[in-house]
Design a protein around this ligand. Structure first.
Ligand SMILES: [Zn+2]
Length: 187
């Protein structure tokens, strides 16, 4: 790895990489600034077509909802990174966390805690990744409707599929996982 010095590249001032914070990992980066145009102009649904607004109007089985609160609800991600990958969404069509009301913030937090306990119990996972991608640029697929990811992790859950094939191996069907988590959810 090269530590780049202060200087400039094509007219843009650059900082020495030794002054920047970060956690090294095993991935190589393919920097694709030309994708910005595509990402920034990507279509986002309005409330009428928003999957997170429409999900609560359907049955739990149809929408993969595992629990409904007063201000927020929990559903299985249709595109899971891992089995039991849940999303906690407010019912309101708001884009970012700073727009959430105190009641929504509190319930998103409570539902996240309950979801962790339930998933730990039913799947005996070893850890979690929890977080929100705020904005399309930060990786949010549906950037217009706030959602918190809860991704259970197992010690041996990483394999070569996502790296070489762009494919995740998911051993269990979504409906089956939804049923199991919904059954274990405290009343
Ligand atoms: Zn929405």
């Amino acid at each position: 790895m090269t530590a780049y010095d202060h200087g400039e590249f094509e007219g843009v001032p650059t900082d020495a990489s030794s002054e920047l914070a970060g956690v090294p990992d095993a991935f190589q980066r393919l920097w694709t600034p030309h994708r910005l145009v595509y990402i920034q102009h990507g279509q986002q649904p309005d409330e009428h077509a928003c999957p997170f607004c429409r999900a609560p109007e359907m049955s739990d089985e149809q929408s993969l909802i595992v629990a409904r609160g007063e201000h927020a609800y929990v559903l299985l991600n249709l595109y899971p990174y891992n089995s039991g990958h849940l999303l906690v969404c407010p019912y309101r069509h708001i884009a970012t966390y700073d727009e959430a009301s105190p009641e929504e913030v509190a319930e998103i937090g409570e539902l996240t805690q309950v979801a962790m306990r339930v998933v730990k119990r039913v799947s005996r996972c070893d850890g979690f990744n929890i977080g929100m991608n705020q904005g399309r640029i930060a990786g949010a697929g549906i950037a217009e409707h706030l959602h918190q990811h809860i991704v259970p992790r197992w010690a041996l859950d990483s394999n070569f599929f996502p790296i070489i094939a762009g494919t995740k191996a998911l051993p269990r069907l979504l409906g089956e996982v939804r049923h199991e988590i919904a059954e274990a959810w405290p009343a």
